[in-house]
Ligand binder design. Structure first.
Ligand SMILES: [Zn+2]
Length: 275
């Protein structure tokens, strides 16, 4: 059975300034399909259109399905910046995991992706607490992170016994509270970002570190990705002000913030404050 041709219309309606599906919305949409995987495939195709990939033109989509709790499904899409270092990109898997975490998810049951996770993402996923590791579904084949990343280097190698998702976040509209809830077990440089949008909405991003350091997600990248996931039509347009708050520490967000802001245009005010 083909999906009803109103699939995209309904999805557009459900996701008006919202980066996930509620459990009810998920059930309703899934009922249009013969199998769970055909639903995932159609949804991945739709979510991939959130991707901003001016360099690679390679649009990646990821779906993070909440384990227990409210049973929501969170979107993830990649974000690249023109004329900036490739190391600044946000991968779809990072995007979906941050999106879920930011909305108070305690664990992800399954991560559905439209392409095999790259090595960088395998390392990012490996930061999640072992007991809460999601199954990874690529084209209907499900594997564990141990299968994707054997003999891994992870949090325990750096004596970190409170890895990602060992604590869930409390959703709020307060930048200081997000700084406190950010994940910085290696540097101690807690940090979060708030983006003000011309349409009156505000978006947040929290810093997520990684035991291998490089795959860490900066708060600015995370917040920009939230703007992207909430504004399917306009992407990163309409950003008026960016505020980054951080504790004094060994790592610093200034360099990456300036680089990213430059690629967005010079009329955006970027403030970096210490708490
Ligand atoms: Zn990746």
């Amino acid at each position: 059975m083909q999906a009803n041709n109103n699939f995209e219309t309904v999805l557009s309606d459900y996701t008006n300034n919202k980066s996930y599906l509620t459990h009810q919305e998920l059930i309703s949409l899934k009922s249009q399909f013969d199998s769970e995987q055909s639903f995932y495939d159609a949804l991945l195709k739709w979510v991939s259109e959130y991707a901003i990939a001016p360099v690679s033109q390679f649009k990646v989509a990821a779906l993070a399905i909440e384990s227990g709790g409210e049973g929501r499904l969170f979107f993830g899409a990649n974000l690249e910046f023109s004329h900036q270092a490739l190391s600044l990109v946000v991968h779809a898997e990072q995007s979906a995991i941050h999106n879920a975490l930011l909305h108070g998810v305690e664990a992800i049951e399954k991560l559905v992706i439209n392409a095999s996770p790259c090595g960088y993402c395998r390392q990012f996923i490996n930061e999640i607490q072992l007991e809460k590791q999601p199954l990874i579904n690529v084209h209907g084949v499900e594997k564990t992170i141990q299968q994707y990343l054997p003999d891994a280097f992870g949090p325990s190698d750096l004596d970190n016994h409170t890895p990602l998702f060992s604590q869930s976040l409390t959703q709020c509209r307060d930048l200081n509270a997000y700084v406190e809830q950010s994940y910085a077990p290696y540097s101690g440089n807690f940090s979060a970002c708030q983006i003000k949008h011309v349409d009156g909405h505000q978006y947040f991003g929290v810093y997520l570190e990684n035991a291998a350091y490089s795959p860490s997600l900066s708060p600015l990248q995370a917040a920009l990705n939230q703007v992207q996931l909430h504004n399917r039509q306009t992407g990163l347009h309409g950003i008026s002000e960016i505020v980054i708050k951080q504790t004094a520490g060994k790592a610093n967000q200034q360099g990456v913030a300036n680089a990213v802001a430059m690629s967005l245009g010079s009329n955006i005010e970027v403030t970096i404050e210490e708490v």
